[in-house]
Design a binder for this molecule. Structure first.
Ligand SMILES: NC(=O)c1ccc[n+]([C@@H]2O[C@H](COP(=O)([O-])OP(=O)(O)OC[C@H]3O[C@@H](n4cnc5c(N)ncnc54)[C@H](OP(=O)(O)O)[C@@H]3O)[C@@H](O)[C@H]2O)c1
Length: 384
């Protein structure tokens, strides 16, 4: 049994990671979290973890997981951007044997550059300083497979190749943080693991999406918001027109369910010899959304068409292209990620995580349900 510090547990990946560690270890999990104006850090953590358990409860008895949650999750108020992570001096910070640094700002907008660097790089440096000062032997860092930037084709699980520029300040900040870890580890300060997930989507069984609609969900949310706006003045538009989106021919998008991400990271981390390496946490086969366009059309209620040229674009297509500009880099430069390192330590079968036609439909339906509730205040049954 050890004491582990996790950052980012109020978020999508961090929440599932804590739930997974509770089930598959007997560690005490200390979650560093910020309070919000009307919601203290403790309530935020327990609400997030209880939401995950509520969705799992549809499939299995989760009473033992709720008991673990109450007994082994401890909340520490803090902020990664602050010195000492803003942790109150009364907390014994020397007890931690391992840190999972999951917290990050995940926004692709150029206008967020300063905030991205403040959280992802300066915050990350504070975490590394905290690790060193408290003599914590090990830091697991959740990066992204997209540190590969504009590079396409086969991507090695080694330091990113600087000849290929990043697509946005998010990728740039994640690259900079990987550099920091590799440099600090080279000075012998601590052992590390760098995990690089691809595009993280909802749970493969429950379909529960990222509540904050980021990544793929951000792109889908923009399409639904655009549709809502256009229908206000042109109710016939999507009956008479397709929504055309430029996507690289035969594009290979790497989608990875959140339960696969956390189970693979934890499986690798359970082997002490796995330290000081970089791991891709990705689907073995890329996902070809064009093969499942019928499901996208059905769930969005929009006749989406992927195209490589804009010669048939109308004003709404151009408007969507402008609004979704931050996501377009993920619709080209197809990548396949080297899994040799990951395969050395992940022995469990990964078949259950394949995004089949049915899983894709479930993921989209659950996203649509969430979007309808958030923006229309009603369930899908009542949606237009
Ligand atoms: N989602 C993906 O598709 C994807 C893909 C590849 C890699 N990743 C990586 O996976 C990790 C988790 O991503 P996610 O999707 O779970 O993101 P998320 O849902 O946005 O969660 C981010 C977490 O970071 C916390 N955080 C942000 N700034 C903080 C600060 N200053 N101090 C303390 N905590 C702070 C947030 O806390 P608050 O709730 O207080 O804001 C939240 O708990 C990130 O490192 C991301 O780069 C994600």
């Amino acid at each position: 049994m050890s004491d582990i510090l996790v950052t980012g547990a109020t978020g999508f990946v961090g929440g599932y990671l804590v739930d997974h560690l509770l089930q598959h270890s007997n560690d005490e999990i200390h979650c560093l979290a910020r309070s919000r104006e009307h919601e203290p850090a403790g309530a935020r953590i327990f609400n997030q973890l209880n939401r995950i358990l509520d969705s799992a409860a549809e499939f299995e008895d989760v009473s033992y997981r709720r008991a673990f949650l109450r007994a082994r999750v401890h909340v520490i108020e803090g902020d990664v951007r602050q010195s000492g992570l803003g942790i109150n001096s009364s907390v014994d910070t020397t007890r931690f044997r391992e840190v999972w640094h999951v917290a990050s700002l995940t926004d692709f907008l150029v206008s967020k550059r300063a905030r991205l660097f403040e959280t992802n790089l300066e915050g990350g440096r504070q975490v590394l300083r905290f690790v060193s000062e408290n003599a914590i032997p090990l830091c697991n860092y959740v990066s992204t497979a997209f540190v590969a930037g504009t590079r396409s084709g086969e991507i090695d699980a080694t330091a990113y190749d600087g000849r290929f520029p990043p697509n946005n300040p998010y990728e740039e900040s994640k690259r900079a943080m990987e550099d920091e870890i590799l440099q600090a580890a080279a000075r012998g300060r601590f052992a590390y693991r760098i995990f690089r997930p691809a595009v993280v989507v909802g749970h493969s069984r429950t379909g529960k999406p990222d509540p904050n609609s980021r990544g793929l969900y951000g792109f889908l949310a923009l399409a639904l918001s655009l549709k809502r706006e256009i229908l206000k003045t042109r109710p016939q538009h999507f009956i008479e027109n397709k929504l055309r989106v430029v996507v690289e021919d035969n594009h290979n998008l790497n989608l990875v369910p959140v339960d696969q991400v956390v189970s693979q990271m934890a499986e690798i981390a359970s082997v002490p010899q796995s330290v000081n390496r970089i791991y891709h946490i990705v689907a073995r086969d890329g996902f070809h959304a064009q093969c499942y366009l019928d499901i996208l059309r059905e769930v969005l209620d929009v006749d989406v068409e992927f195209t490589t040229i804009k010669n048939q674009f109308n004003a709404v297509d151009y408007m969507f292209e402008r609004q979704s500009a931050r996501y377009q880099c993920y619709l080209r430069n197809s990548k396949s990620f080297d899994l040799a390192q990951t395969d050395c330590f992940v022995k469990s079968s990964q078949d259950q995580y394949r995004i089949t036609r049915d899983v894709w439909r479930l993921l989209l339906l659950k996203f649509r349900e969430q979007w309808d509730m958030a923006f229309l205040g009603k369930s899908r049954a009542g949606a237009p």
